[in-house]
Structures are given as C-alpha cells and as structure tokens.
Design a protein. Structure first.
Length: 183
C-alpha cells in the first residue's frame, strides 16, 4: 500500500469545525462531543478498511497513521494545539505494542491456512475488526483527554490502563454494530 492511499483515506476523514458565535458552553460541549464521535467513527471505518489488507505489517503502519490523523482531528475539534509529544509517544507505543498482536496474528494465520477460503476470510476479518476496536479505544482516550481540558493523559497509568480496557471492551460491542449498519 502506498502512502498516497493512506493519505487519501486520512483526507476522506478530515474534520471541518465551524463554531456558531452565539453557542452556549453546554451546547458547544455537546456539539464537540458529537463531532468527536463522528470523527472517531470515520477513522475506525478507515482503519477497518486497512485491516482488510492481509498483511500485518501494512495493517500496523496504516492503522498507526489513521490514529495519528484522528488525534490531530480531535485536537482541531476541541481547539487544542496538536500534542506532538503525545502523538510521537502514541506512535512509539503502537509500534512496540504491536509486537504481541503481530506474533498472535502470525500464529493465527498459520492455523487458519489449513481451512481453505474460510480460514483466510476469518483471519482478514479478525485483523479488520481488531484494527477498528483499537482505533476506537485510542479515539475515546484522546476525546476524554481533550474534554478534561488536556489533563486526562497526565493521570496515573493505572487509570489510563483501566480506561483503555473499558473503551476497548466497549469498542468490541460498538464497532460490529457500525459494520452491521453499513451493510
């Protein structure tokens, strides 16, 4: 997959933020939350599309790019400067964190090769779904970070781990419903 394709996917998920002058604080908060939810959903769908490419390496690099684009788009929605240090940290964590899933995916692919056609379809579907769920959880973490005024990611690591696990579990329920609605 070329960088142009990843760029095209990322561009199609771009965010245009227009804030009415007369909007109250509560209305602004609700509107931003809705825009953030739409942004996360669009990026989840883009990540799931990348997950359909049966290459774990392409999946990891592509999904990391989608996550970085989503973090930047969420920063725009919430009128925050793009957190370059956090984005760089996120990229590093994504690449290091992908070692386990990469190993698991390789083992799963080996096991599924024995089942013609169906095995490959299950493997690719698994990669796609897991990509979408991961992007959902990361999006929700950054949404919470921006809604908290930029303080959530400064929280204790155990709080962040717990929140990520909750949103990952939530994503395992939400993401398949988005797929079902789209088909």
């Amino acid at each position: 997959m070329s960088n142009d394709t990843v760029g095209d996917i990322a561009e199609s998920t771009a965010v245009a933020v227009v804030e009415p002058e007369s909007e109250s604080g509560a209305a602004r908060k609700r509107r931003r939350a809705l825009e953030a939810d739409i942004c996360i959903k669009n990026h989840v769908i883009a990540a799931m599309g990348l997950g359909l490419i049966p290459s774990v390496l392409v999946d990891i690099v592509g999904v990391t790019g989608v996550e970085v684009k989503m973090i930047r788009d969420l920063a725009v929605i919430y009128r925050f400067p793009v957190p370059t240090k956090l984005v760089a940290y996120k990229v590093l964590i994504s690449l290091i964190g992908s070692i386990g899933p990469l190993y698991f995916a390789a083992k799963m692919h080996s096991a599924m090769k024995g089942v013609p056609l169906l095995g490959h379809a299950v493997y690719v579907g698994f990669l796609s779904l897991s990509s979408g769920v991961a992007v959902y959880a990361v999006g929700k973490i950054f949404q919470e970070h921006y809604e908290s005024g930029g303080t959530f990611l400064s929280s204790d690591n155990s709080v962040l781990r717990k929140f990520f696990k909750e949103k990952h579990k939530e994503g395992r329920g939400v993401v398949p419903t988005w797929v079902a609605q789209a088909t």
